[in-house]
Ligand binder design. Structure first.
Ligand code: HBI
Ligand code: FE
Length: 293
């Protein structure tokens, strides 16, 4: 998430950057996916959609159903017809991780960058960089929710100021703890909606069921101050009261003074309860009347 890149310094990242333009977009080149890659997608999809049925927010499940992509790596153009009709977003194919400024610019224009390549057989459960399974399965269903759709555009627009103020880390934590690793309260208990969770078998169960991990009420300033791990399960999650709270808590909030207050401070370590905070309890499946497999 924090790799500083210029258009010429993409070494160390997976993906084929040579053919990418200034906006880092490429053709998806759907024909070039091998039968083995489609098969790997089908298995990943089957495993994660079964987990999502139990652990993910209803908005994620609705979006996933509309995308109808259980059968193989989807064509982005097909998804774009659905997205255009629902929330006016467009998927653009990218080689992989792209520079912050470029990423923000795409989001600000309701274009969501989706990585072309699919993870290899030996990394089915976890990888650090985004691949097409993480980006598509994890992110695109929630792009069909109007609140997430609008939030992501706002996030894109906020990038420039955060970078100018040297507060990119603070803004990025909002994305991290919502779009990537967000939880939301639903009638049946806590549910996951973050792409980093729903695209990981281990973390989907852990985020909801682990007894020890901290689940804190979502508060923008607290989130902006909280460090995160990129190579392990999160040590804390933030829980929205509803998806409406995401935009509701951010519109009218002036980020400038918050950036000023904290940008030169060390972030709060992840997993640490602060004075006055009350965490949510782990939601055990038994309490929902279901048995663990
Ligand atoms: N590029 N492809 C891709 N995906 C991301 O999630 C991404 C990125 N570039 C920058 C970035 N994320 C973050 O550093 C920003 O949200 C700050
Ligand atoms: Fe992501």
């Amino acid at each position: 998430m924090k790799t500083p890149l210029s258009p010429k310094s993409t070494s160390g990242l997976r993906g084929e950057y040579a053919g990418a333009g200034d906006d880092f977009t490429v053709e998806q080149d759907w024909q070039s996916y091998s039968p083995e890659a489609h098969d790997r997608w089908r298995r990943l999809y089957a495993a994660q959609s079964a987990l999502a049925a139990r652990y993910a927010a209803p908005q994620f499940l609705e979006g996933l159903a509309k995308l109808d992509s259980a059968g193989g790596i989807p064509r982005f153009d097909d998804a774009n017809r659905v997205l255009q009709a629902e929330t006016r977003w467009t998927l653009v194919a990218v080689p992989g991780f792209i520079p912050d400024a470029v990423f923000f610019d795409h989001l600000a224009h309701r274009r969501f960058p989706v990585t072309r390549w699919l993870r290899e057989e030996h990394e089915l459960d976890y990888l650090v960089e985004p691949d097409v399974f993480h980006d598509f399965f994890g992110h695109v269903p929630m792009l069909l929710d109007p609140r997430i759709a609008d939030f992501l555009e706002m996030y894109g627009r906020a990038g420039e100021k955060a970078m100018a103020m040297g507060a990119l880390d603070m803004l990025a934590r909002i994305y991290w703890y919502t779009i990537e690793f967000g939880l939301v309260r639903e009638e049946g208990g806590l549910k996951v909606f973050g792409a980093g969770i729903v695209s990981s078998a281990g973390e989907t169960v852990y985020a909801i069921e682990d007894e020890a991990v901290l689940r804190l009420p979502f508060d923008p300033e607290r989130v902006m101050r909280t460090a995160y791990s990129i190579d392990n399960f999160q040590q804390n999650y933030f829980v929205l009261d509803s998806l409406d709270q995401l935009i509701g808590s951010l519109v009218g909030l002036d980020f400038g003074p918050i950036y000023e207050r904290w940008r030169h401070e060390q972030p709060l370590p992840a997993g640490q309860l602060q004075a006055g905070e009350t965490p949510f309890k782990a939601v055990r499946l038994e309490s929902l009347g279901e048995r663990t497999p």
